[in-house]
Write a new protein. Structure first.
Lengths: 362, 410
């Protein structure tokens, strides 16, 4: 029995953190997010160089062959740094193709997703706010997909889309290339400017069915939920660090504000919420890799809980900063906005709690 | 990370089952606690000779008191929550006595292991874990609650004895305890934290009287203890003279772990989840009410986080890592959660929540109402929530110490 990280996992986190400290300061985050695509190919190549894009790609396809926990640790550090770009989108696509692709699909796409020569995403949600893979309406007939996908992560940047759609046999999973006929993508104006949300329309687009079908779609969704939870944890950590640092610098009424008990207690409440939540998403990630029968429910619980915590952090840390925290210029707003993204992405907290209730047989 | 029940654990489960089959019969298991032996905080504890004999054997096999060395009657095993879980599950299934709980085994024993003399360890540990020596804790005083180090109960040396005068309060189990581990001011000239000694007092000593203290719950689970010229052998001092504050820190740490344990909330939560399936609100089971469902799942996530947080702390301890913030938040987290769970229980009961513990029409004989009231008691006991927040902010996050509290420390 061991519920902790391995030395390799600690090293992985440290390596990513050091890279992002050096290469992804908030000045760069801001310039990327204010650009047209929200994607910085040079920064992405840096992450590729560290192996971040290939963490969960099997070794025979050029990746590290690690699990979701390793990927989630990367997500935590990327979340800490408010890293812009398609990490989440690409990671889910890689997991879906690795778990549910045909041999040919795996051989074609996985090496490219790992080495950065292609970017993937996962198109699940549709217009009516449904995030249940079994309930999608997008239709495949004779190998051609028609329909609309909503709130797709970085859909305009992706080269390949893993799409949940239904054909004559029911809901399943399909691969589409963005360059294929009949694909149109556009970005919404999202609150979080570091990760783009896209709408994608397909009209008679040629697609390939993925053998993993609906079960893989569910697994990909669960992976997304855990990665969002890890991102949220990283963001909370950053907001807490910024707030404790600030409260030791800022003086009012002749003393640092961190000496006021009102401030101390509000910060302590946050730390008390955050510390145990780490173990919930660790467990969810581990369950995804090793305890399959608990995976779906834990992914839902971790996502709902962690994004609730992130919401509270976003509000309380901003409040604790006072006026400066409410400005555009001060960096806290980057995580405030990422908290909103994490909370809504792939279904909100209430939806996932309802899923968890059903899975418990309640 | 590895949480699998490997072959080794399945083997342990079979061993435990075989041990129970051999040492604990169905007849042994057919035992119900008398109503007056039920304790709101700790639940029934069976300490009859048959149970004691069984516990001794189970400890010898390493199934109970795994943190206590064998030479003092413990099981002496390295921390392993999975093994602990398997043993607890199998013992529960066989209705066999598990560890005696309470302040003696959970607080005094670890303190003696860390600071006691060989003679004290030999004299007290085995009897305490087997339940034949019962303990209470003499820390709080009427004038010393959160500011515990301001305590004034006085101990003066008189030859081979301490002569102790003062008053303790919030002393749970004092009416039934054999001994009290007590903080006493022995060095009146020293700064407040340096003038305290940790002394063991026999509750039968002349001059010591116990008066029950009735709480807002209606029951009297605490006491006041009055000490008037109580003469205690000098050798009952644990650790060095004047070092009692340091010695007591290790005890308090254990108390916070005890109060901070997620298992109490888990028990209440499982009760609420069950109740919600069988209690109707507005004509349908409470579990179908969207608000109740949402709150139930939100709380379950917090409870699981607390449980896995416990796994993480055990792993850290097994690896020899400093627990830091992980340990500092435990008490505040679980007592806050305990309130949330108990409040949900009240809402699931709806109008029946108004019925007092013991009222036959109250769901579960009012156990959940009792849990609701006690959730406030544990929030205060062992360092109030606000004291915990100070500790988290100061020791965990490095914010400045409270000016007034530092001034007292000198």
């Amino acid at each position: 029995m061991d519920f902790g990280l391995s030395q390799d996992q600690v090293l992985l986190k440290d390596t990513i953190r050091r890279f992002l400290d050096a290469e992804c300061p908030t000045t760069r985050v801001r310039s990327v997010m204010e650009g047209p695509t929200g994607h910085d190919p040079a920064l992405w190549q840096g992450l590729v160089g560290l192996g971040v894009t290939g963490l969960a790609v099997p070794a025979e396809h050029g990746g590290a062959g690690l699990g979701l926990l390793d990927l989630a640790l990367a997500a935590e550090e990327l979340g800490y740094a408010a890293t812009p770009g398609p990490f989440l989108a690409n990671a889910i696509a890689a997991i879906a193709i690795a778990e549910g692709g045909s041999d040919a699909q795996r051989a074609r796409w996985l090496p490219r997703l790992a080495d950065g020569s292609a970017i993937g995403t996962f198109a699940l949600g549709e217009a009516d706010g449904a995030w249940d893979p079994a309930a999608v309406q997008a239709q495949v007939k004779g190998g051609r997909l028609s329909g609309k996908k909503a709130l797709v992560p970085d859909g305009s940047t992706a080269d390949v889309l893993v799409v949940v759609a239904r054909d004559e046999k029911g809901p399943g999973l399909f691969l589409a290339e963005r360059a294929a006929a009949g694909v149109t993508t556009g970005d919404y104006t999202g609150v979080d400017m570091t990760r783009r949300l896209s709408h994608v329309a397909f009209e008679n687009t040629p697609v390939e069915a993925m053998p993993g079908g609906l079960p893989t779609a569910g697994r990909a969704r669960d992976a997304a939920l855990v990665l969002l939870a890890a991102d949220a944890y990283g963001g909370c950590r950053r907001m807490l660090d910024m707030t404790t640092t600030y409260s030791k610098q800022r003086e009012q009424f002749g003393q640092m504000i961190g000496a006021f008990q009102a401030v101390k207690h509000q910060v302590a409440n946050l730390a008390c919420e955050l510390e145990p939540s780490l173990s919930l998403w660790w467990y969810a990630a581990h369950a995804f890799d090793a305890i399959r029968d608990q995976s779906e429910r834990h992914a839902a619980l971790a996502k709902a809980h962690m994004t609730d915590v992130y919401d509270r952090f976003a509000r309380d840390t901003t409040e604790l900063h006072g006026g400066i925290g409410f400005t555009w210029e001060y960096d806290l707003q980057l995580w405030f906005r990422r908290a909103i993204y994490d909370r809504s992405a792939f279904g909100d907290a209430a939806y996932h709690r309802e899923c968890a209730a059903k899975l418990a047989g309640w | 990370m590895d949480l699998s029940f490997s072959a080794e654990y399945e083997e342990l489960r079979r061993e435990v089952q075989a041990f129970l089959a051999e040492n604990w019969t169905a007849e042994d298991a057919a035992w119900e606690p008398a109503a007056d032996e039920r304790n709101a905080l700790s639940g029934p504890i069976r300490t009859d000779p048959r149970a004691t004999e069984f516990r001794r054997k189970a400890a010898e096999r390493g199934y109970l008191y795994r943190h206590v060395p064998k030479r003092y009657g413990g099981g002496e095993q390295s921390p392993d929550p999975l093994a602990g879980t398997i043993i607890a599950e199998e013992f529960r299934r066989a209705k066999a006595p598990h560890e005696v709980i309470g302040q003696g085994p959970s607080m005094l024993v670890p303190t003696l292991i860390e600071h006691g003399t060989e003679e004290q360890k030999k004299k007290f540990i085995e009897g305490t874990i087997l339940g034949s020596i019962k303990w209470c804790q003499g820390y709080s005083e009427p004038g010393s609650g959160s500011d515990l180090a301001s305590l004034r109960t006085k101990g003066e040396r008189d030859g081979d004895f301490w002569v102790i005068n003062g008053q303790k309060i919030w002393t749970s189990d004092a009416q039934s305890a054999d001994w009290m581990f007590c903080l006493v001011r022995t060095e009146p000239e020293a700064p407040k934290h340096d003038g305290i000694s940790y002394i063991l007092i026999d509750m039968k000593t002349p001059g010591l009287t116990v008066r029950p203290l009735r709480q807002m719950t209606g029951t009297a689970d605490f006491n006041e203890v009055f000490l008037e010229n109580v003469r205690v052998p000098y050798g009952n001092l644990v650790g060095d003279r004047g070092r009692g504050w340091i010695v007591s820190r290790s005890t308090l740490k254990h108390e916070r772990a005890l109060i901070g344990s997620a298992s109490m909330s888990r028990r209440v939560f499982d009760g609420v989840a069950m109740l919600a399936q069988f209690t109707n609100v507005r004509g349908k089971p409470a579990i179908q009410d969207p608000v109740i469902r949402d709150r139930l799942v939100a709380l379950e996530a917090k409870i699981l986080a607390g449980e896995y947080h416990g796994y993480r702390q055990l792993t850290m301890s097994a690896r020899g890592e400093e627990p830091g913030m992980a340990a500092l938040v435990s008490k505040l987290y679980s007592t806050t959660l305990g309130y949330d769970v108990a409040k949900l229980a009240m809402d699931v009961m709806g109008d029946r929540g108004a019925l007092a513990p013991g009222e036959p029409e109250a769901p579960g004989m009012g156990m959940l109402v009792s849990a609701y009231m006690w959730s406030l008691g544990v929030l205060i006991a062992g360092g109030t929530a606000n004291i915990q927040r100070n500790i988290i902010a100061e020791r965990g996050l490095g914010l400045p110490r409270d000016a007034a509290a530092s001034a007292g420390k000198k």
